[in-house]
Write a protein that binds this ligand. Structure first.
Ligand SMILES: C[C@H](O)CC(=O)SCCNC(=O)CCNC(=O)[C@H](O)C(C)(C)COP(=O)(O)OP(=O)(O)OC[C@H]1O[C@@H](n2cnc3c(N)ncnc32)[C@H](O)[C@@H]1OP(=O)(O)O
Length: 729
């Protein structure tokens, strides 16, 4: 249980330490204990001053997120922020200093800002990341941060949710001094005594005004921030609410601002956006917990040297990610020309970071020194892992894996970056099935956060644990999935484009569909995305799906027809859209000719209902087939849990995180509703829409898609049983 401990030293300073591993989050238990210790420190005559700190080198990761939106009883508005933080802590008659190491985030930083001074280590992270959870800083952060660092910087920190390091916090005036971790608490005690002795100022951040811009200027800054917030996330309300709250403080004074903050926080904490984002927070951390793998006491083996086969877009991106995280990489290509091109791509990836100020020249040199090129397998004798990233050709991959088995040491992990091909096929000509695994990166691999780790029935848990560890080191979010065509992400993505094609052939408008889907929050609609990916890839993937899931693949000729006419997407400057020199997309009036031709080949006719589809219908007809496929993936055990698919959707497909991911979103609409819509469309438009057994079973019981049918059956059985018995009684 979270708590605080208090220790009073000979110098008369009470050190109150927050103890709630792993990040010292501020649960209600912690607050109650903190208040108790604080009151005692105030009452005790031997205590002259107080220092707040956190156990094990972490001040606090903020309010306990698991306490959000759980339907638990919440205290009245303002209890914590006004009564405790402001009128008890900040108003105390004894000096207070925060000693910050590790992190002071959200409520953690807000508590620190209510102290009379803050000392931090140079590397500590300080920030108010509440907006990324769908709420606003709720313990006075909207009022104190602008008063400590000025409005512009405070808005930047709050609206981007990005923390600053101790060093920057010092230059901003957010902290008053930088100290090494070993001296931190002692220095904070001395600082508190210095305040008491009038050698340092006694400051209450809430009433500071020197950093606040004059009213007129502040108004302009707030106006600009509103426009930016609206542009960045037009579907989100809480950033605008946050700006309103900050404005009240600037215009009507900090206490009015505090009350406005308290009132707004109550509403936002119960919003769907908050529930969705909190779900994503925990789902993201839950992907690396895999029953039967990560709970067996296996320790990741040390992987130092990694070889990559293929220096194309994917291979070079993967190599970039690896050398940036200090792995030694051997890049193998088939000839000098391709090898040079691959190495140059990696250099270009790194240099673009240098240009953006994200990588120092020193780190660039270090990273590039870890890369070696080769044209043969000689140097593969020492590698711990190989990642094959050649073109999607089954026999080529089979050949490569047979070679790898010959040249690599027996402990070496054999990974493929295939995005669709069944791993059993790839490893068919080897006897190394237990060390074959999929490492499906998303393009560009050094930027995109997701890593789909694909296991076959034979892949050993040790190999999964090793790849999970690498994924953590290269800062990717791993999702472990089972082996099948398209795995989780591409299987879900496929019906997204397919549904679009089906609708368009029956009369819906390409550009309207894309518009509705982007308005929902996707970065691109299905047609703009197909242009970006390129029709070569779209057709190759389509063939895989036709072969493996023929009953539910919609066989449209539209993309092949466009491709035949050398309109292969963005790279050819023509696809569903036309592209100018700056790659800006615009609609093409000629597209309708291709659609008519495709329609005549498929033999479908215009459907007046689909010609005039409403936004809601477009959205559902595109996304419900995706939900349906997600249900099949769950049913087949390809995904370990529904939340993993939510992460796949958000990180792999760009599904808006503030809608909680595909299954979470679907459950807000209800399994019954989705089933009935799909069932109806399957009657009208064919098998493509047919709801799967998993969805049907949950719809029949009216239970969420996330629920496990067997446990629900037994619970509802018990409920029925009990109510039946009570009727008898
Ligand atoms: C009223 C206030 O204004 C409202 C608030 O304060 S809202 C909270 C604001 N704070 C945040 O948003 C910080 C959220 N946390 C993080 O960003 C990161 O966890 C971190 C930077 C603190 C640490 O990162 P890292 O070391 O990589 O560890 P990470 O795996 O993320 O977290 C470790 C564990 O702590 C948990 N955790 C982290 N922050 C938490 C929090 N604020 N509340 C509850 N649990 C938290 C994680 O769920 C995880 O649990 P698990 O081990 O069971 O999976």
């Amino acid at each position: 249980m979270g708590h605080t401990v208090m220790e009073v030293g000979p110098h008369g300073v009470a050190i109150i330490t927050i103890v709630n591993p792993p990040v010292n989050s501020l649960s209600y238990d912690v607050f109650h204990s903190l208040k108790e210790n604080f009151d005692q420190a105030i009452q005790r005559d031997d205590v002259k001053a107080i220092v707040f700190t956190g156990a094990k080198g972490r001040f606090s990761g903020g309010f306990d997120i698991s306490a959000f939106g759980g339907g638990k009883e919440r205290p009245k508005a303002g209890w914590l922020s006004v009564e405790i933080i402001t009128d008890t802590i900040e108003a105390a008659r004894k000096p207070l200093v925060a000693a910050i190491d590790g992190l002071a985030l959200g409520g953690g930083l807000e508590l620190a800002m209510a102290c009379n001074a803050r000392l931090s280590t140079p590397t500590a992270q300080l920030g108010l990341p509440e907006l990324q959870l769908g709420i606003i800083p709720g313990l006075g952060g909207t009022q104190r941060l602008p008063r400590l660092v000025g409005l512009t910087k405070a808005l930047e920190m709050i609206l981007t949710s990005k923390p600053v390091k101790g060093k920057e916090a010092f230059s901003l005036g957010l902290v008053d001094g930088l100290v090494s971790p070993d001296d931190l608490v002692n220095a904070a005690c001395q600082w508190a005594l210095d305040i008491l002795g009038h050698r340092r100022p006694w400051i209450a951040s809430l009433y500071k005004t020197d950093k606040l811009e004059p009213l007129g200027e502040a108004g302009e800054i707030l106006k600009f921030a509103r426009a930016q917030a609206q542009k960045r996330a037009p579907n989100l309300q809480h950033p605008l609410v946050c700006i309103d709250v900050i404005e009240v403080g600037v215009v009507s004074g900090p206490r009015a601002g505090l009350w406005k903050e308290a009132e707004a926080s109550q509403g936002l904490g119960a919003s769907d956006t908050c529930k969705s984002l909190v779900h994503i927070f925990f789902a993201q951390r839950g992907t690396s917990k895999i029953p039967g793998v990560t709970d067996c006491g296996l320790v990741p083996r040390q992987v130092k040297n990694i070889a990559i086969l293929g220096g194309g877009l994917m291979g070079s991106g993967i190599a970039t990610a690896l050398i940036l995280s200090s792995y030694a990489v051997i890049l193998k290509e088939v000839n000098e020309k391709f090898l040079d091109a691959g190495i140059n791509r990696i250099k270009a990836n790194l240099l673009s970071r240098v240009k953006k100020g994200k990588l120092t020249q020193d780190k660039f040199e270090k990273a590039i020194s870890l890369l070696k090129g080769t044209l043969d397998y000689e140097s593969f004798r020492d590698v711990d892992m190989v990642i094959e990233a050649v073109i999607e050709n089954v026999s080529l991959k089979q050949h490569i894996f047979a070679d790898l088995e010959k040249y690599c040491p027996p402990h070496c992990i054999l990974a493929s970056n295939t995005s669709t091909i069944n791993l059993n096929l790839i490893g068919k000509r080897t006897k190394s099935q237990d060390r074959i695994v999929g490492a499906h990166f998303f393009s560009p691999a050094h930027v995109m956060p997701l890593l789909e780790i694909v296991r076959t029935k034979q892949t050993s848990p040790q190999v999964i644990v090793d790849v999970l560890d690498i994924s953590k080191k290269i800062k990717k979010i791993p999702v472990v999935v089972g082996n099948c065509t398209g795995f989780a992400v591409n299987r879900m993505f496929f019906p997204y484009t397919q549904a679009g094609l089906l609708l368009v052939e029956r009369g819906a408008d390409v550009y309207q569909i894309d518009k509705v889907i982007t308005k929902f929050g996707m970065p691109m609609g299905p047609f703009r995305l197909a242009d970006l990916v390129g029709f070569g890839v779209a057709i190759a993937t389509g063939m895989e799906f036709i072969q493996n899931f023929p009953e539910r693949t919609y066989k449209s000729m539209l993309i092949p027809l466009l491709q035949e006419d050398k309109r292969a997407g963005e790279t050819t400057r023509k696809g569903f859209y036309l592209y100018d020199d700056k790659r800006k997309a615009s609609p093409d009036p000629e597209l309708k000719n291709y659609i008519e031709k495709a329609r005549s080949i498929t033999g479908v006719s215009l459907d007046p209902k689909l010609v005039k589809l409403q936004e809601k219908d477009i959205l559902e007809m595109i996304f419900f087939p995706v939900v349906n496929e997600a249900c099949r993936i769950l049913d087949e055990g390809i995904a370990v849990k529904a939340a993993d698919l939510d992460i796949c959707a958000v990180m792999g497909m760009g599904f808006p995180p503030y809608r909680g991911g595909i299954i979470f979103w679907a459950d807000t609409l209800g399994s019954k509703y989705i089933y009935s819509r799909l069932e109806r469309w399957s009657e009208l438009y064919g098998e493509f829409f047919k709801p799967c057994a998993y969805l049907a079973a949950r719809a029949a019981k009216g239970i969420p898609l996330v629920s496990n049918l067997s446990s629900f059956t037994s619970i509802s059985f018990m409920q029925n049983h009990l109510s039946h018995n009570s009727r008898i009684v």
